[in-house]
Design a protein around this ligand. Structure first.
Ligand SMILES: NC(=O)c1ccc[n+]([C@@H]2O[C@H](COP(=O)([O-])OP(=O)(O)OC[C@H]3O[C@@H](n4cnc5c(N)ncnc54)[C@H](O)[C@@H]3O)[C@@H](O)[C@H]2O)c1
Length: 438
């Protein structure tokens, strides 16, 4: 099929490349000329494992092209995907202005019947709104249907998820329009969920909010583990073996960041408020998540007896999670700025991202440090030679914000290890508390 994709960010670029790879003729369109120029030369504008190879291959096979021009992008297409951003707007609600602009651009350019597919994460009712908006502004007398097809890819695993995701959700009000989208994905042989548009929109928000709740729940359990002397990683393993719970998303740490969970939880809570419904569990998850990164910095403070002035702190990881260059809502930003505000000398290192306090190498970053903070669990850090790093730092203190480092090995190597929910030494269990009270 001939397809256009509007927006070449994390979702649009991966979607366009995937559709080309499975044999469709795809034109990706973006308003950002520099992005389009770079993509034309086969260099991805984002870091995503496996993307560059697929991008180059499909450019060479002439199944994939890039443009800033709507008319070129929409020529003879059967389907137009909208994959523009829906960032957090005022009071937490989703900012749908880019979606509205894309709808207007389609209406004013398209001269033949077409199905528009909304991939961006949009609040329930937006697909209805976009269909109405396009139909009202059409420059030609044609038929346009809108289908909801929310995206579930995880940054850092986007290519794998695009080919082997858990499901494809298709929400439509006209069966043939939904069928067309289903046909497009046939080569992927992934489970398909067919539903109405508002339910499809809701699936995306409900799923993201649920995962955010799971993370925040486990972070609260971790905070309690610190107090009672349990190890949250053992607790998570034990819980996760229960199939009703599952082990995924039970890793405690400094909380979620990125371009999806923070804004999507805010948006669904805001949407509920508008409908006079309170999503109190989601609201709590948001509050817990915001507090968690500060609690991590508090641990560093307490360790240095409330004074971190001139302490050299090495921060490992800047991206909001491993295998991506995405810094949107990254916990590292809050953590570094709090440390600096209290006088610490911060150096950071990330295998992909740089910032104003970045070191060029891991060794430069840790050299002479009073403490190391693991903020993003890149494999480079997990597999690093901690015996050698131990000879480079000033003090062997490590704060593991992701509970991802080999704790026992680090302790054997003489490191003071502080995780999240793993303070077994300072444990204060039921018995000790009872003894205190007596
Ligand atoms: N990033 C993720 O992991 C992820 C996962 C699932 C869903 N989503 C959702 O997908 C959507 C896109 O997210 P993203 O991370 O790819 O965003 P992004 O910011 O990386 O990319 C958006 C792109 O759209 C372009 N754009 C904006 N207005 C345009 C217009 N009128 N015409 C053409 N191009 C335009 C921008 O220049 C940019 O390149 C969001 O709704 C997001 O919530 C994202």
């Amino acid at each position: 099929m001939k397809v256009a994709v509007i927006g070449t960010g994390y979702v649009g670029l991966v979607t366009g490349t995937l559709l080309a790879e499975i044999g469709h003729q795809v034109t990706c369109m973006d308003i950002d000329e520099m992005k389009i120029e770079q993509l034309r030369s086969g260099i991805p504008t984002i870091y995503e494992p496996g993307l560059e190879q697929l991008l180059k291959k499909n450019l060479e096979k002439q199944r994939l092209s890039f443009t800033t021009d709507h008319a070129t992008a929409f020529e003879d297409v059967e389907l137009i995907f909208i994959a523009v951003g829906t960032p957090q707007g005022e009071n937490g609600q989703a900012n749908l202005s880019y979606i509205q602009q894309a709808a207007r651009d389609i209406a004013q350019t398209i001269d033949h019947n077409v199905t528009v597919v909304i991939k961006s994460t949009v609040t329930p009712g937006t697909n209805d709104y976009v269909e109405k908006e396009i139909r009202e502004h059409l420059a030609h007398s044609i038929t346009v249907h809108v289908v909801s097809n929310p995206e579930f890819l995880r940054e850092g695993h986007a290519i794998e998820d695009a080919f082997h995701g858990d499901r494809i959700v298709i929400g439509s009000e006209q069966e043939e329009a939904g069928n067309l989208v289903e046909d497009l994905y046939t080569p992927l042989q992934m489970p398909i969920v067919r539903t109405d548009r508002r339910s499809a929109e809701m699936i995306k928000y409900a799923a993201n909010a649920f995962l955010a709740v799971k993370i925040s729940y486990m972070n609260e359990i971790a905070n309690l583990c610190d107090k009672v002397g349990a190890d949250v990683t053992a607790v998570a393993d034990g819980m996760g073996m229960d199939k009703r719970i599952g082990r995924d998303f039970l890793n405690a740490g400094i909380g979620y960041g990125g371009s999806c969970f923070p804004k999507d939880t805010e948006a669904i809570a805001h949407l509920a408020n508008d409908q006079a419904i309170q999503l109190s569990i989601v609201e709590s998850a948001i509050r817990t998540n915001k507090a968690q990164r500060h609690k991590f910095v508090d641990k560093v403070f307490r360790f240095f007896k409330g004074n971190i002035t001139n302490k050299k702190i090495a921060v490992l990881g800047l991206a909001f999670k491993p295998n991506t260059d995405d810094m949107r809502e990254a916990p590292s930003v809050t953590i570094i700025s709090e440390l600096q505000k209290h006088g610490a000398i911060v150096r950071a290192y990330d295998p992909i991202v740089t910032n104003e306090c970045s070191s060029v190498t891991l060794q430069d970053c840790v050299e002479n440090a009073d403490a190391i903070l693991l903020v993003t669990e890149w494999q480079d850090f997990l597999a690093a030679d901690w015996a050698i790093i131990g000879t480079q730092v000033k003090e062997k203190n490590i704060f593991d914000g992701r509970n991802a480092l080999p704790m026992d090995m680090l302790k054997q190597l003489g490191w003071t290890y502080i995780g999240v929910g793993r303070e077994r030494k300072q444990s204060r269990g039921f018995q000790e508390n009872r003894e205190d009270q007596q």
